[in-house]
Design a protein around this ligand. Structure first.
Ligand code: ATP
Ligand code: BTN
Length: 265
């Protein structure tokens, strides 16, 4: 397998020595988990041009078509301090991507709490963070991100549970996947020391999708747990929803889905 020279150059400029590149692989998260269980250092990278078994939450499929998307997993060996904020790593990836889209590509992105990046209310990126435990010790986490870049990256809409889009639909400039990869990893590293900061929470809150809008929270089994108006996030990263009786409810990231209530007209 030939590693593209542009990919190598990105790793070199970012001083990343530990990386694996695949033309095709089952799931970059799966490779990263196995590498983490072995010897992978902090910020080791797994990248694939195509995934045959990419995964989302709850064993759902994430489709990664060849030459059109980014499928990336970042191995993190969290510091003691970061271990208190593990649920902030998916938002960290979302914030990093939103920042790159805005600053480098003039694309306005929103973050669908807690782990999707949307453009004009359609999903352009999904993030899956998995924690690996050895007994009661945390070995590390794998932050997996899939980004739809070119048109051929998106699966047929009728196979999706949420509308999808891709970056190139939203800018005239030609998006180069490896340039985007470099920008994303840079932004991720720059924000990482600040996940405890108010700046991070503000940046995230300011880009929350459906803020002030009617939403509902669905459980894994499909039951609706809560409905109301999306208020924001609290300092723990939990979503805050105001129900019709004006009570504020907080929802922690986990086995729940956030959906907008479609206006009736
Ligand atoms: P939610 O909580 O809103 O349901 P999620 O972040 O948990 O979303 P998953 O359901 O785990 O997302 O993500 C997998 C889903 O994403 C699949 O069921 C499929 O509908 C959709 N999907 C798969 N591949 C793509 C893609 N390339 N682009 C956009 N959506 C995709
Ligand atoms: C979601 O939308 O819930 C998460 C999708 C995560 C997809 C990425 S692609 C790279 C990494 N490898 C995987 O198998 N999944 C993640």
């Amino acid at each position: 397998m030939m590693i593209p020279s542009d990919f190598r150059a990105v790793m070199h400029r970012l001083n990343i020595e530990d990386y694996q590149y695949f033309d095709s692989v089952g799931s970059t998260n799966q490779v990263a988990i196995e590498w983490l269980e072995d010897s992978a250092p902090d910020f080791a990278i797994v990248f694939a041009d195509h995934q045959s078994n990419g995964r989302g939450r709850f064993d759902r499929q994430w489709v990664t078509q060849p030459k059109s998307a980014i499928a990336l997993s970042i191995i993190i060996r969290p510091t003691h301090e970061e271990q208190q904020k593990l649920s902030f790593f998916s938002p960290l990836a979302a914030v990093a991507l939103a920042e790159v889209l805005e600053n480098s590509w003039q694309i306005t992105a929103e973050i669908k709490w807690p782990n999707d990046v949307l453009i004009q209310k359609k999903k352009t990126s999904g993030i899956l963070t998995e924690a690996i435990w050895k007994g009661d010790q945390l070995a590390g986490i794998v932050v997996g991100i899939g980004i739809n870049v070119l048109a051929s990256s998106i699966p047929p809409q009728d196979t999706l549970n949420f509308p999808a889009t891709y970056l190139q639909a939203h800018t005239q400039a030609n998006i180069d996947r490896f340039a985007l990869l470099e920008q994303f990893l840079t932004s991720f590293s720059q924000w990482r020391p600040f996940i405890h900061s108010e700046d991070f929470l503000n940046y995230w809150t300011n880009r929350l999708a459906f803020q002030g809008e009617k939403v509902y929270i669905k459980q894994k089994d499909g039951n609706i747990q809560l409905a109301g108006t999306l208020k924001g996030i609290n300092k723990h990263g939990d979503l805050e929803i105001v129900s019709d009786d004006n009570l504020v409810h907080s929802v922690s990231a986990g086995d729940v889905h956030l959906r907008p209530v479609e206006p009736e007209n």
